[in-house]
Design a protein around this ligand. Sequence first.
Ligand code: SF4
Length: 104
Amino acid sequence: MRVSSRRVFVLQVVAGSAAAYAGAALAQAAPMVDEKDPQAMALGYVKDTTKVDAKKYPKHAATQKCSNCALYTGKPGQASGPCGVFPGKQVAADGWCSTYVKKA
Ligand code: SF4
């Protein structure tokens, strides 16, 4: 059976739209990491890098934040985004944790 190229095109558009919608819905649905979450607490995560405990993390600098961390995959300018350390959740662009690695 031969499928017309128009039909293939329509199917591709529908599939692409569905994937884009699912991706957008997933991004919106991803909850923020809670500072009180056990993993977040273990890593010293805070949603505001200026609130880091300087005594506990003396190597922290105020210029370090999730948005310039190598593990952050959020888009520039957005308030939050995904982080490889917290799968399925979002971290604040201005946040920080002790796993911080400066983006190259
Ligand atoms: S690993 Fe990086 S992006 Fe993830 S929470 Fe820590 S500082 Fe933020």
